[in-house]
Design a protein around this ligand. Sequence first.
Ligand SMILES: Nc1ncnc2c1ncn2[C@@H]1O[C@H](COP(=O)(O)OP(=O)(O)OP(=O)(O)O)[C@@H](O)[C@H]1O
Length: 846
Amino acid sequence: MDQSIRGDRALETPMDRGSPTSDRATTNSPHFDSPVRSPFKELQIPVPGLGYLSVNSNDERIQDNDPGQNLISPEEICENYTLDQGQNHISPEEICENYTLDQLFKDDCFIPSPALKSASKLSFFGPDLASAVQKIGIKYNSLLEKHQVKKSEAEILLQKCETLGIKCLQECEPKYEKLKGLLAVEIAERKRLYNELIELRGNIRVFCRCRPLSTDEISKGSNSVIEFDSSKDTELQITCADSSRKLFKFDHIFNPKDEQETVFSETSPVVKSVMDGFNVCIFAYGQTGTGKTFTMEGTPECRGVNYRALEELFRITNQRIAFMRYEFSFSMLEVYNEKIRDLLADTSDICGRKLDIKQTAEGTQEIPGLAEVQFCSIDEVWELLKSGGRHRSVGSTNANELSSRSHSLVRVTVKGENLLNGERRKSFLWLVDLAGSERVGKIEAEGERLKESQFINKSLSSLGDVISALASKNSHIPYRNSKLTHLLQSSLGGDCKTLMFAQISPSLTDLGETLCTLNFASRVRGVEHGPAKKQSDPIDSFKLKQMSEKLRIEEKEVSKLNQSLQLMHMRCASRENSYRTLQEKIREFEQTCKKYQQKVKDLENQLQLAAPKETFRSLRPPLAPAKERPPLAGLTNRLPHFPPRHTTAKTNHQNKENFSHHTIKDAPGFPRKPLGRARRISLSPVICNISQTRRRATLATEIETLPQFQQKQQHFSHVAGKLSQARRSMATAACPPLQETPKVQGELTNRFNFSSPSQPAMWRTTRLSGLPSPSQGSQILSGGRRSSAQSQNKLCYSIQKNVTVVGSTRHLETRFNEEALRAKEIVGRYGFAQRVLNRNRRKTLV
Ligand SMILES: Nc1ncnc2c1ncn2[C@@H]1O[C@H](COP(=O)(O)OP(=O)(O)OP(=O)(O)O)[C@@H](O)[C@H]1O
């Protein structure tokens, strides 16, 4: 569009004017102060290639200001214009609805609508278009005003936000700083604890992995000499040639079925340490063809420790992204015939360039000239691993077709920066696939292979020496005896973490090598380093010895205490058990007693009903006048007392505590006032009647005829028999045989502490001997001997006691509650003692 022919601001491009929200839009955009006149004077509608539409302010009609040039092309107006086809005029309403001024001023806004296209010969000089443009102006003005209002509102809001933001920042900054500090402390603490955990597990960990029998071995009928116990993943047994068995223990044992993933899940905690700033070395050791390369490198389908470890580094990086920044670099080298080769160098350089180990100022080992590649993703590193692996020296032996003839070492340098406190760390992760230990004779090596084997064995033997020296805490560790140990110097001692995979073959033919590997691995497992290094000072070691002695003694004590505690627990449990059983029994016993009480009552009632009242009444002597009789205060809770033979009926009644009001009210001359309920289960009427009968026996023979008497006698014998039977059952129920614990039984028996007779044995005898047999009953009725009276007395007494027993179960419960509490208290005391001992021990250790 030709800008030069635009006469005023209405014709500026949107770029010139800016968007309606910009400042320029406010100043340069046409602003219609009056929606009718002034703006339209100046308004010109650009029609590219044709000219302009201008608005005449007087007649408000759109005119062709240059009709000779055919300025107007309806196609250029707007896509949204519609035309009143009948009059060939644009409807102003349509313009207002669909057309914005913004569109109007856009260069590319005049997209011809089909309607406009078809109306190419239209005249636009009608009043409709003028009013349409006018309305657009109005709409624009209102929009502009709204925009300005909104803009000023937005500005106010922005200001508010700014002030709020500043306020927030001021308020939150100290909090943020504080939280940052706390987080840093937490991170340090986590790191310390994690390291402690690794150290507790051992800074050198040894895993053993057994490969499956190869197809070749299976076809030769070879059997596995290694036994794995699925319940114990730290032990394996080997059946030797002489059928003897050897047991080996390691930190973890992987059987042939274990997958790469399982192997790495045990390895990952050690890998994690490198992210905390510790040097880590993971190496695979073992006979040729036992799966060292398989474990470390793996295959594309079953990736090994190398790939997974690097993946883990990225995983941890993402986890700690908020407060840590990590950088990784990767180097890959091999030690071949005691020469260091850079596996990432160009093929021509690999053999030609001589690399050597230099010690840095910080005491670490460096290899000047070794390629170090930075990587940011796992894919990059996988490519590096593959390319390095391709350059590795492999050769065919009769033990392994693709035997590694060198020690391959991957070094990952981890540089970490703590974003919270700016702390920086640098640590190394070494992933080492050692060449196979082998018997030169066995693999029938010769020439180059023999030379390789000799170098391999020499460096492996140096590794063994270093480990032995570390194990025996020698002051001198022969790291420099081989390139391998020299390179790994900073990762085979100090506070670094070392993980060894002892790779073994299950085949009988490899038994000798397997035993060698396992013995070597056991030696490595015995190495203590890390915190133990500090203890090399003789004074310290003396102190340590003393402490360990103390610890040993305390441990013994603790184990003793533990034992007694366990014993106490057991006792407590058994007591609680017996207590529960006894409670059960007491409950049962209570119920049975209630039942028998009821029965006794029933029997008493029966006895009363069946008693020959008439006879008794007639035989009973008349009562003395009321004044002469003693007051009823004589009623007590005491056991019934039988008067001597010469006592009169009057005094006899006075002394009875449980006599029935039946008897009294029936007695002639006795006041007919009821005496209230007896306070114990009343057998006294029975006793009273029986004793009276006994005392009046001689009279009875005089008054009654013999057949009548015999009939009554039989009836009484029957009732007395029932009573005695009830008593016996009650006695059995009341005192069931307590066989659970003899002690408890004794205690229980002793608890039945009655006023008389005091001894349980005596009481028991009394109960048994006191049972009136039917014959005794007849004796009683026939006014027999004195012993019969005593028996009745005992009978009454015994029932009362049994009834009293029911009331005394509370004592039993309380007693057992006390016992249980006492047992618990003792257990508590032992626990406390143990805690104190443990605390003292910890203090001593500190
Ligand atoms: N756990 C395993 N599961 C399946 N196959 C295994 C396992 N371990 C080893 N193998 C197989 O055994 C063969 C020898 O393994 P590898 O080459 O890893 O042994 P190596 O110890 O590295 O031998 P060298 O010391 O000669 O390099 C390979 O074919 C490998 O796939």
